[in-house]
Design a protein around this ligand. Structure first.
Ligand code: SB7
Ligand code: NI
Length: 193
């Protein structure tokens, strides 16, 4: 079982590497790792399991975060939140994910982003594409294509960034972390619009 002890933290060189594509058929270790990554996310969102194993809640994780420099990500955004629209549900393992198109419209989370590999709060808006089309392979090597918007799109972009050695704070405006690019839509948070 994966725990926070398996998660490498900023400063570790693997987080700054461009991860390698996987090749098909996958080997058993790659399949197992991805399943463990998805299970970690589920565990981290279960209050009892999370407390017992001291897991920080996560909605996504990328293989480089567990020190495996391969293009594998897992995303787990469950439906239980009544405020989320049903089409926002997304629970998936993505091999070699690639954004093949995206909206011009940008979005960002009102409360910024965090990262399992970053043990500090980094305030600031992280501009993301509001909608993306992502192509990826499933564990059987079958090509898949999904359109994602808003929160699932943001999380998927955060994870794909990890595959390219990019951290969320690289995208925050250094001079003015709370500067909003023209026309960007701010998502969620407690602030009224
Ligand atoms: C907020 C949180 C995440 C993505 C986008 C916005 C995921 C945090 C967990 N991770 O560090 C995954 O890489
Ligand atoms: Ni992260």
């Amino acid at each position: 079982m994966l725990t926070m002890e398996n998660v490498i933290r900023e400063g570790h060189p693997t987080l700054r590497k461009v991860a390698e594509e996987v090749t098909f058929p996958l080997d058993e270790k790659e399949i197992e790792l991805a399943e463990e990554m998805l299970q970690f996310l589920k565990n981290s969102q279960d209050p009892e399991i999370a407390e017992k194993y001291e897991l920080r809640a996560g909605v996504g994780i990328a293989a480089p975060q567990v020190n495996v420099s391969k293009r594998i990500i897992a995303v787990h955004i469950p439906s239980s939140d009544p405020e989320e629209k049903p089409e926002s549900d997304f629970s998936e393992i993505l091999y070699n994910p690639k954004i093949v198109s995206h909206s011009v419209q940008q979005t960002c989370l009102a409360d910024g982003e965090g990262c399992l590999s970053v043990d500090r709060e980094v305030p600031g808006y992280v501009p993301r594409h509001k909608r993306i089309t992502v192509e990826y392979f499933d564990k059987d090597g079958k090509k898949q294509k999904k359109r994602l918007r808003e929160f699932p799109a943001i999380v998927t972009q955060h994870e794909i960034d990890h595959l390219n050695g990019v951290m969320f704070y690289d995208r925050i405006d250094k001079d003015n972390p709370l500067a909003l690019p023209d026309g960007i839509e701010v998502l969620g948070g407690s602030e009224e619009e």
